[in-house]
Design a protein around this ligand. Structure first.
Ligand code: ZN
Length: 298
């Protein structure tokens, strides 16, 4: 593995032991990290300067959080898209494209460079059916279904030239690429570009760095992998002291810090004894810079 990045030591920065921490996103204006506990039905905001973490209860499962250009947050939840004022906890419903599918919920999602919010769904009943889909919430608040037959909709990022969208449906164990038309917000020509090695878990959330490389959280794989999406090659790995690594996001004053969320979900009690910090937040200084998060422009 030709890992020529200089990386710091992994730090446990918030020993919160959440059931399912996910969706980290760095707010470069406030210099704070938002994240969600999906099963705990909470949106959190962590301030690395003070070490303080604040949470609001949103009363339903919340899959992900993005920043709104005009201030505030947008959430993709169990029952659709919502605006959220973090300071008051006020929620304003926008729309639910799966009101007819009560066993589904929203999972991961992010904004594209044009300020559209892409987020996907998954079933919550086992055995899991491919009943999920990937949607886009446009700035005019219209919702379009873009991909059908999804099992567990997860990480999504755009290439530096904005002409490719990378997307993860976890059980496929691949990162897939699509040609991306930024003007219309449409995708075409799906193909797998990264395959997660056997025994290294399933791909979950991901982030892209300023060299165009993908940092993929590997659920059940005890690690974040850094991959080149043009060759499929694995370039580096960050080992975590817990098996379910759910997502990551670049942050910090210079966007060199990788924030990592993890989960306790589905870890048997006897296994939790040897990974007590499962569900907590970690951070590692990387030798590469991330990109600022795109904001919702509606
Ligand atoms: Zn996820």
């Amino acid at each position: 593995m030709d890992n020529n990045l200089e990386m710091g030591q992994l730090e446990l920065i918030l020993d919160v032991r959440a059931e399912l921490a996910e969706g980290p996103i760095w707010d470069e204006q406030q210099q704070k990290l938002y994240w969600v506990d999906i099963i705990g039905c909470q949106v959190h905001c962590f301030d690395p300067l003070t070490g303080q973490d604040q949470a609001v209860n949103v009363a339903q499962m919340v899959g992900t959080v993005v920043l709104r250009a005009g201030g505030g947050l947008v959430l993709a939840m169990q029952r659709g898209f919502y605006f959220c004022d973090f300071t008051t906890g006020e929620l304003i419903p926008i729309g639910d494209p799966e009101a007819d599918l009560p066993d589904n919920r929203f999972n991961d999602g992010k904004c594209d460079p044009a300020g559209r919010f892409w987020a996907g769904t998954m079933g919550t009943i086992s055995p899991r059916q491919p009943s999920g889909a990937l949607y886009v919430l446009d700035p005019d608040l219209g919702i379009r279904k873009m991909i059908d037959g999804v099992q567990v909709s997860n990480g999504i990022v755009w290439s530096l030239d904005q002409r490719t969208m990378y997307y993860i449906d976890t059980p496929l164990k691949t990162v897939d690429a699509f040609d991306y038309d930024l003007a219309s917000g449409t995708v075409a020509n799906r193909r797998p570009v990264i395959r997660i090695a056997a025994g290294e878990g399933g791909p979950d959330g991901m982030a892209i760095d300023s060299e165009g490389m993908l940092w993929v959280a590997q659920w059940g794989g005890w690690q974040i992998g850094r991959y080149d999406p043009l060759t499929g090659k694995k370039l580096a790995r960050i080992d975590l002291p817990t098996q379910h690594v759910s997502a990551c996001a670049f942050g910090g004053p210079d966007l060199h810090d990788l924030y990592i969320t993890t989960a306790r979900e589905n870890i048997p009690p006897e296994a939790l004894a040897s990974q007590p910090h499962a569900g907590s937040l970690f951070r590692i200084r990387t030798g590469v810079r991330g990109l600022p998060a795109f904001r919702f422009r509606g």
